[in-house]
Design a protein around this ligand. Structure first.
Ligand code: UTP
Length: 227
């Protein structure tokens, strides 16, 4: 299968723990050893948020804040590349085209953000769309998509399965609630919907959940194309 794995920065490198980065690299190596083509998109996490907060405090523009965030996602991408043993392109892909070229050479592509104005959730969905991935895995810090933000609402329930249209509706309603955080953002959900991508949203703090999901044993929310 051709797989795009999106790994949140707070999942890959909270506290910049080398064991955690290696565990994620091991999961990617396991997927390539099993014969899958793998591209990975890495987020910025708490480190990106701290840089953005500091820069906002000194009056940087939103564009410049995004540029800082992108730089951190690419640093995280470099960390992951350093830990991957299978043949990964040694530099983070700067564009979707570069990532696709890596896949075509038979290499693991690792990238962070691309341009200001969105997040790595959307970058991963666009990459999956572009390379016609069989599966898009979102390794997040929550165990799936819930009816509301589980940190804010006690009665929030996890969806085991959603159609892409339902995903868009659920994320839209979560994003309208002030202060709530959706596990995948609305732009990403819309890209998933328009291209009929198959996706899984799971808790990636244990990266074996990523390999399990690819093997068909997903512990998270599975998103199926409409119809
Ligand atoms: P993330 O994708 O990690 O954003 O990129 P996030 O959604 O805030 O992180 P999590 O999922 O909650 O951990 C970090 C920041 O980098 C910028 C944005 O400012 C984003 O918030 N960014 C990232 C871009 O501007 N463009 C990109 O393509 C990617």
């Amino acid at each position: 299968m051709r797989i795009v794995v999106s790994i949140g920065g707070s999942v890959l490198a909270p506290g910049l723990d080398p064991d955690r980065v290696e565990a994620h690299a091991d999961a990617i190596d396991e997927l390539t050893s099993a014969g899958h083509e793998v591209a990975t998109v890495v987020g910025g996490g708490g480190v990106a948020r701290k840089y953005i907060e500091t820069a906002r405090g000194i009056g940087a523009t939103e564009f410049d804040l995004d540029t800082l965030g992108i730089a951190v996602t690419r640093l995280n991408a470099r960390l992951l590349i350093a830990a991957i043993e299978s043949s990964a392109t040694p530099e983070p892909a700067a564009s979707h085209e570069d990532a696709r070229a890596s896949l075509r050479r038979g290499e693991v592509a690792v990238m962070g953000g691309t341009v200001p104005g969105h997040t790595t959730d959307a970058v991963a969905a666009l990459l999956a769309e572009m390379v016609e991935a069989d599966l898009l895995v979102y390794a997040t810090s929550v165990p799936g998509v819930f009816s509301a933000d589980p940190n804010e609402t006690e009665t929030a329930e996890r969806y085991d399965r959603l159609s892409a249209g339902e995903l868009v509706d659920v994320i839209a309603s979560i994003e309208t609630a002030a202060g709530s955080n959706a596990p995948v953002d609305l732009l990403a959900a819309k890209i998933i919907e328009r291209s009929g991508l198959r996706a899984v949203v799971l808790d990636g703090t244990d990266p074996t959940r990523i390999t399990d999901a690819v093997a068909g044993d997903a512990d998270g929310t599975e998103v199926r194309p409409d119809g």
